[in-house]
Design a protein around this ligand. Sequence first.
Ligand SMILES: Nc1ncnc2c1ncn2[C@@H]1O[C@H](COP(=O)(O)OP(=O)(O)OP(=O)(O)O)[C@@H](O)[C@H]1O
Length: 235
Amino acid sequence: MSIPILEVCGLRAAYGRIEVLRGVDLTVPKGAVVALLGPNGAGKSTLLKVVSGQMAPTDGHIHLAGVSIHDPDPEKLARLGLCTIPEGRSVFPNLTVEENLTLVSYAGVPAEAVLETAFAYFPKLLQRRKQLAGTMSGGEQQMLALSRALASDPALLLLDELSMGLAPLIVEELYDTVAQIAETGVSILCIEQFARTALRVSDYAAVMTGGRIVATGEPAEINETMSEVILGGAA
Ligand SMILES: Nc1ncnc2c1ncn2[C@@H]1O[C@H](COP(=O)(O)OP(=O)(O)OP(=O)(O)O)[C@@H](O)[C@H]1O
């Protein structure tokens, strides 16, 4: 079996005295899509913050691509192929689509190649090439955020609520693209309120409550056993 792209063991983290991650164990196999599900306040976003180096853990281990990460530092994590799309719109609103995509030079990838990939996944962005990102719809902004993430040629993408504030149909479209991205070999860990949509494109799911992973399995198993916890009101 190959080394998992991400392995988290006994991870703990706190906001002040309040412990929010209480011994998280989670594995993302290479090339897999893993949906991280669970009720509000379970600690899902906090887990992504710790794994992406935005928040320090108080205990536990993180291995990324087989490398032990003692002190998660965003730059080192990026060099190992980690890319995060945080909750909310992570584009530069006052720059055009093209500027958003070409502002940073990604590991020597020519700007034209970055644009070509983005427009191949999202032809709508080609039509909007010269438009200010902040004037586009929420769905188009998330397309741009995904395209910017792809420009860094990630090994592991962390997606926090891609669907935030979007209509169900747009969410379905975005996740169709997430599935296409995964087919190219990119591993993906996604938090999603639209649990059924996320499960549709996932290889595995993990359910988190109270700062711990309480179930993991293939989508069908999770669907059957954990439906009350995770599918409650969400589509
Ligand atoms: N910056 C913060 N300071 C203090 N407490 C926080 C902070 N961010 C989150 N929390 C608390 O930590 C707990 C876990 O929050 P987190 O956002 O990780 O959960 P979540 O599973 O992602 O839920 P949601 O879907 O509501 O974002 C919650 O009780 C939340 O109130």
